[in-house]
Ligand binder design. Structure first.
Ligand code: C2E
Ligand code: CA
Ligand code: CA
Length: 608
C-alpha cells in the first residue's frame, strides 16, 4: 500500500515537473513519500519483534484507521482545492492520481474494514463528488466512474469482511476446542484437580529446569475408602472424594500442587521445602484434615489417610522417581496403621517389593502353589505323651523362596485374601490329621480378620466334613489381636465354634495388654502362654516370677494352660513344677512336614 502511495507520488512529481512549479504539490509529494517510507521501515522491523499483546494490537488498529482517515482526507482536500482552480493544469490529473491512491489504499485495507471505509468515505467519495460538480465533462465522466468503483469497493470490503469474520470464528472455535481438550486431558473430572498426567508433567518441567532440589512429593490415600465404596455405593464414594479434595485444596500452599492420581490416591508436590523433616511438618495439616468427619449427603463419614513422602535432596533421584519413592513410603505407612506420615528410606524398596510379589501371588488364580503346612508336636507335661500338633503355614514362593507365616499371613490379612489361605491350609492340615490316631488333636491358627467373618464357622465345619474329621479333634487358636477389632462379634463366633464341638484356645496369652479383660467376656477351652513368657525362665528370676503369676492366674479361673517355645530341659522342669498342662517347642520337635504318627499306643507316642 505504501509502495503504491510512493509510486503515485513519484509519478505525480514527474508529471508536475513539466508544468509550472507549485510548492504545494512538491511538499505533498515529499510528505507522502516520507510517511510511506517510514511506515514501510516500521513494518519491516516489526516483523522481527515478538507478537504484540492484544491491547497493543487494538491500539495499532485504531492508529491505522485514524492514519487512513487523515491521509485520505488530506488527499481529498488537496484534489478538491486543485479542482476549484479552473485554470490549473493539475486539476486534470491530480484528482485522478489521488482517487487511484485512495482506491488502492482501500483495497489494501480490506482486512480492516473500518480503515477501508474511512479511506473511501474521507477520500474517494469527496473526490468523486468534487469531480461530478467540477463542470468539466471529462472530469464528470471520471467522477461517475469513480463512484461506480466506490460502490464496488464497498461491496467487496463487506464480502471480504464477512468471510474473514467467518474464518476468525472458526479459528476461535478450534482454538477453544483444543483448550478444552487440553483441560480435559490434564484435569480430573470428579474433583477438578490436576490429574496424574498434569502431575507428571509438572515434575518433568522441574527436571528440565534443573537444580531445584528443595522439592518433595507426597502420596496420600484414604484408609477404608474401598469399604465405603463397596457398602455405600459409588455415588457416595465419589462425593466423599470430592469433599476430601475440597478440604485438602484449602490447605495447599501457593506454588505447591495437589493432584488426584486416580481412585482414592492424591499426590502433593511441595516446593521450597528444605528437607524431609520440613516436608513432614508441612504434611501435618493434611493428616489433621481427616480428624473431622466428611459430610456427604445425610451422612458424616470418617476416613483416615496414610501419607508417604520423599524428598529430592534426600533421595537423590530424578523428580519423576520421587513419585515411586513416596509411593513406597505410602505402602509402608499403610502397613503400620499407627504411622500417619512415613518418609521414604532406601530399605523400603526391598520390603515393598516382597510385599507386592506376595500380594500378587496371593491374589493369583492358581490355588496358591508352594503353600504347605508344617506340624509341630504338642505334648502332655506330666507324661510327655503326644497330644496333637499345631499346624503352621509355610510358603515357598517362586521368586522369594521360603516365606514365614508372620510375613505372608499379615499381608494376606491386609490384602483381603486371607480366606483363600485359610481354606487351602485347613484342607491340607485336615487331610493329614485325618490319618492320625483318634486321640491326637490338630491345632489350627485362625487369623484375626477371619474370626469376625460370619461364615467362618460353617466354612470350617464343611471342610471337616469333607475330610470326615470330627470337629472335637480340632482346636482353633485365636490371638488377642483377633479380638481387638470387634469383641462382641468375636465372642459370638467363638461361642458358635465351641457349640459346634470345636476347641477354642486363646493364643499368645501375655503378649498383649488386654487378654485378662477378654477372659471375663469370652469363654475359652484353653490358654496358650506366649513364648516370650517362657524365654529366659531358666536363668532369669524375674521372668520366672512373672510366669508363676500368670500360670496361677490361669489356674485360678480353671483354664488348662499350654506353654510354647519350650527349648530346654530346665524350662521343662520348671513348667512341670508349675503344673502347666501341655508343652510345645523345639525341645519336642520343630515344625516339620507330615509327621509319622500312625499306629502304636498313646504311651508309645511319648517324648520321655
Ligand atoms: P504362633 O501360633 O504363636 O506359633 C508359634 C511360633 O513359634 C511358630 O512360628 C513356631 O515355629 C515357633 N516356635 C515353635 N517352637 C519354638 C521354639 O521352641 N523356639 C522358638 N524360637 N520358636 C518356636 P511360625 O511358624 O513362624 O509362626 C508364626 C506365627 O504365624 C504363628 O504364631 C501364628 O500366629 C502365625 N501362623 C502360623 N501358621 C498360621 C496359619 O496357618 N494361619 C494363621 N492365621 N496364622 C498362622
Ligand atoms: Ca498358634
Ligand atoms: Ca503362640
Amino acid at each position: 500500500m505504501y509502495l503504491v502511495l510512493i509510486c503515485n507520488s513519484a509519478f505525480l512529481e514527474y508529471v508536475t515537473m513539466h508544468g509550472p512549479f507549485t510548492l504545494g504539490s512538491c511538499l505533498i509529494t515529499l510528505c507522502l513519500t516520507g510517511v510511506g517510507t517510514l511506515r514501510i521501515a516500521a513494518w519491516h522491523f516489526r516483523q522481527r519483534s515478538p507478537a504484540p499483546s492484544l491491547a497493543r494490537l487494538v491500539r495499532r488498529l485504531r492508529g491505522t484507521i485514524v492514519t487512513a482517515f487523515l491521509v485520505a482526507a488530506f488527499l481529498a482536500a488537496w484534489s478538491i482545492s486543485l479542482l476549484m482552480e479552473p485554470g490549473s493544469a493539475a486539476r486534470h490529473y491530480v484528482p485522478f492520481f489521488t482517487a487511484l491512491s485512495t482506491i488502492t489504499c482501500a483495497t489494501c485495507l480490506i482486512g480492516v474494514p473500518l480503515a477501508a471505509y474511512a479511506v473511501i468515505g474521507a477520500g474517494t467519495v469527496p473526490i468523486a463528488l468534487a469531480l461530478l460538480i467540477s463542470g468539466d465533462a471529462t472530469l464528470l465522466a471520471s467522477g461517475l466512474n469513480l463512484l461506480a468503483i466506490t460502490g464496488l469497493m464497498v461491496a467487496l470490503v463487506q464480502r471480504q469482511h464477512g468471510q474473514m469474520r467467518h474464518m476468525v470464528a472458526a479459528h476461535v472455535a478450534t482454538h477453544d476446542e483444543k483448550l478444552r481438550a487440553n483441560e480435559l486431558a490434564y484435569s480430573d473430572q470428579l474433583t477438578g484437580l490436576p490429574n496424574r498426567r498434569a502431575f507428571i508433567d509438572a515434575l518433568e518441567n522441574l527436571e528440565r529446569r534443573g537444580h531445584d532440589r528443595a522439592v518433595a512429593v507426597a502420596m496420600l490415600d484414604l484408609d477404608g475408602f474401598k469399604a465405603i465404596n463397596d457398602t455405600l455405593g459409588h455415588a457416595t464414594g465419589d462425593a466423599l472424594l470430592a469433599a476430601v479434595s475440597r478440604r485438602l485444596s484449602d490447605i495447599v500452599r501457593p506454588g505447591d500442587m495437589l493432584a488426584r492420581l486416580g481412585g482414592d490416591e492424591f499426590a502433593l508436590l511441595m516446593r521450597h521445602v528444605e528437607d524431609l523433616a520440613a516436608a513432614k511438618d508441612r504434611l501435618c495439616p493434611f493428616a489433621d484434615a481427616f480428624e473431622q468427619p466428611f459430610a456427604v449427603g445425610q451422612k458424616n463419614l470418617v476416613v483416615r489417610t496414610s501419607i508417604g513422602v520423599a524428598h529430592r535432596q534426600a533421595s537423590g533421584v530424578a523428580f519423576v522417581d520421587l513419585m515411586h519413592h513416596s509411593d513406597l513410603a505410602l505402602y509402608e505407612a499403610k502397613a503400620l496403621p499407627s504411622l500417619r506420615i512415613c518418609a521414604f528410606e532406601e530399605s523400603m524398596a526391598e520390603r515393598v517389593r516382597r510385599r507386592i510379589l506376595i500380594e500378587q501371588a496371593a491374589g493369583a488364580d492358581d490355588g496358591l502353589p508352594g503353600l504347605s503346612v508344617h506340624f509341630q508336636p504338642i505334648v502332655e507335661t506330666a507324661s510327655l505323651r503326644l497330644t496333637g500338633f499345631e499346624a503352621l503355614a509355610r510358603w515357598r514362593h517362586a521368586e522369594l523362596g521360603e516365606i514365614m507365616p508372620a510375613e505372608f499371613i499379615a499381608i494376606a490379612e491386609r490384602h483381603g485374601t486371607i480366606d483363600r489361605f485359610t481354606q487351602t491350609l485347613l484342607h491340607q492340615a485336615l487331610s493329614e490329621a485325618a490319618t492320625w490316631p483318634d486321640d491326637l488333636r490338630l491345632s489350627f491358627n485362625l487369623s484375626a480378620a477371619e474370626l469376625v467373618s460370619p461364615t467362618i464357622c460353617d466354612s470350617i465345619l464343611s471342610i471337616c466334613r469333607a475330610h470326615d474329621y470330627p470337629p472335637h479333634r480340632l482346636a482353633i487358636e485365636v490371638t488377642e489381636s483377633a479380638l481387638l477389632n470387634d469383641i462382641a462379634a468375636a465372642g459370638r463366633m467363638i461361642e458358635e465354634l465351641r457349640a459346634a464341638g470345636l476347641h477354642v484356645l486363646l493364643d499368645d496369652f501375655g503378649a498383649g495388654f488386654a487378654s485378662i479383660g477378654y477372659l471375663r467376656h469370652i469363654r475359652f477351652d484353653e490358654i496358650k502362654l506366649d513364648g516370650s513368657l517362657i524365654r529366659g525362665i531358666d536363668h532369669c528370676p524375674r521372668a520366672r516370677d512373672l510366669l508363676v503369676g500368670v500360670v496361677h492366674l490361669c489356674r485360678s479361673i480353671g483354664m488348662p494352660v499350654t506353654a510354647e517355645m519350650v527349648e530346654t530341659e530346665e524350662q521343662l522342669e520348671l513348667l512341670r513344677a508349675l503344673g502347666v498342662n501341655k508343652l510345645q517347642g523345639y525341645l519336642f520337635g520343630r515344625p516339620s512336614g507330615a509327621p509319622c504318627v500312625t499306629g502304636g499306643t498313646p504311651e508309645a507316642r511319648s517324648f520321655a
